[in-house]
Structure formats: C-alpha cells, structure tokens
Design a protein around this ligand. Structure first.
Ligand code: PMP
Length: 283
C-alpha cells in the first residue's frame, strides 16, 4: 500500500507523523471519506469543496490548492491500483507546542490513504439495520459545528459506543433541541405517505455528499422532498427509513428503539433510491 504524505507516496511503515501533531493531541484537523467506483473517485469535486470549507472554518491553511489536492488524490488511487475502494483524506494542524496556540504550529500534514472497503455485512443491505437512539446528543452547532468535518469525532464515538453496547451498528443522534440530527457516521431519511423527509442542514448535521446525491436522485424520481425539522416520533411512525453515507451508501433501517419501522422490511422508495444510487455509482 502506498500512502500519500506531504507530497510523497510512501509505504505504510514510512507514513509517520509527530506525536506533537495537534491532530493527535487535540483532534485539531479535518478529513474527508470518499469512494472509488470503477477507478473513478466519486463526487471528488464536492468532497474537495467541503474539505476547504472545513479548513476555512477552523482557520487551517491547506498547503495545496484544490487542484493540486485533486491531483494528489487521483495519483494515490492510481498508485494503489484500486478499482473500488475508499479514500481517507486527512489534514492535521501539524506539530506545535503542547499548548493550544495554533500560531505555534507550522506544518499542516496532508495524508491520503486509499484502501479497500467493507462496512456493513452484505445481508444487512437486503434486510436493513436495527438501530437505537443514543442518549448522547450531537454537538451543539455553536460549540463545534457538525458542518465541519473535523478530526474531533468523540461526540460521534460516544454515541457509537451506546449503539455497539445495544448490539447495533448505528445510532440516531438528536440535536440540542431534541430534534433528529443524523447518525454517528450517516445521514438519515424517512418516507411518510410518499414524501421523502430528512433533517435540514440547519439541524446541526454534516452536509453529507451522499445525502446530496440521494436528494438529486429523489428529484429525478419526482418524489416530494422535505428538508425539515424531524422528531423521533416521526421516525417511529415512518413508513420507511434509510441512512446515507460515503461508506454506508444507502441502507435501510427497519427497527428503531425496539419499534418496527413500517412492516420491518426495506420499503419500495428506499429500494428504488438504493438501486438508482447503485446505477449512478456503478454504471
Ligand atoms: N454524518 C456524519 C457524522 C458522518 O461522519 C458522515 C460520513 N462522512 C455522514 C454524515 C455522511 O456524509 P457523506 O455522505 O459525505 O459521507
């Protein structure tokens, strides 16, 4: 495996960064998770744009232009001869003192890892997931905006632990107002009476690239769409529910907190959007 580290493709063993890096010490940095389908990087432009927006929000100067970053990603994918896979693009603040002052850091680290991917077992894409609501709420947007894809994922990890303890692979997180936000690593959608609903980006969620792609597909399918506030009750009484993410793609949710959703099987709208997404990515 060849890993891109600050302009060079190095082996896994050579890919090392300082223990003084603020990415390690404080989760001070940003990242993207991107898919490779058929040797092509899926929606790379949107991921690069979100990366630079995250960087701007935390005042992290990325030492490459967006065009250079795009080229670096493509070179890393080619060097690893990946047909299908997953890219983790990480920018850390770089090493500094043990203090928080970013003025004492000077060398942001650019890391690109491209590897194979397997997130959920294949049968769960047919059966759907059983999930719970976590008691850990999503970060308050005015504390650390979920729109920033920061390296500080402890908020999500705490909710993920609750999910794992309950034997679930995902968990719903509510926001500071008690509304539905998203899952620990995925956005959430429901279908009710033929209408596709998802929490708006104002709810304190990551503006998911897969979420956007699925909304575009839903528009093509002439579905009625509502980006709105959503309560947990609406999830319980939904006809269908599914999650989206670069790693997860589109996956149905068939049970939440011990309540079956719909008839407990992936529904027709979910199946249709899932197959449209597969077509988009694989044909
Ligand atoms: N929400 C969170 C918290 C995530 O970590 C992710 C995965 N990156 C998503 C949503 C889905 O975003 P995307 O479709 O851009 O992968």
């Amino acid at each position: 495996m060849k890993i891109y580290l600050n302009g060079q493709l190095v082996s896994k063993d050579e890919a090392k960064i300082s223990v003084f890096d603020h990415g390690l010490l404080y989760g001070d940095g940003i990242f993207e998770g991107i898919r490779i389908y058929n040797r092509k990087v899926f929606l790379l432009e949107e991921h690069i744009e979100r990366l630079y927006e995250s960087a701007h929000a935390i005042r992290l100067p990325i030492p490459l232009s967006p065009a250079e970053m795009t080229k670096a990603v493509e070179e890393t994918v080619a060097a690893n001869e990946l047909v299908d896979g997953y890219i983790r693009l990480v920018i850390t603040r770089g090493s500094g003192s043990l203090g928080l002052d970013i003025r004492r850091t000077s060398d942001p680290q650019v890391i690109i890892i491209a590897d194979k991917i397997s997130l959920y077992p294949e049968e769960l894409y047919e059966q759907g997931l059983k999930i719970i609501t976590a008691s850990t709420i999503r970060n308050h947007p005015q504390a650390l905006s979920p729109r920033i894809k920061s390296l500080n994922y402890l908020n999500n990890i705490l909710a993920k632990i609750e999910g794992s303890d309950a034997g679930c692979l995902e968990a719903v997180m509510l926001n500071h107002k008690g509304e539905v936000a998203e899952c620990t690593g995925d956005n959430i959608f429901i279908v009710k009476n033929g209408v596709l609903k998802t929490p708006s980006t104002d709810a304190g969620i990551l503006d998911g690239i897969t979420r956007r792609a699925v909304l575009r597909l839903a528009r093509e399918a002439k579905l009625e769409i509502m980006e709105t506030t959503m309560t947990r009750h609406e999830l319980y009484v939904a006809d269908e529910c599914f999650l989206t993410g670069s790693a997860a793609e589109v996956i149905a949710v068939v049970e939440l907190d011990g309540r079956l959703i719909g008839d407990g099987k992936p529904g027709p709208v979910t199946k249709d959007l899932k197959s449209r997404f597969e077509k988009l990515t694989r044909e």
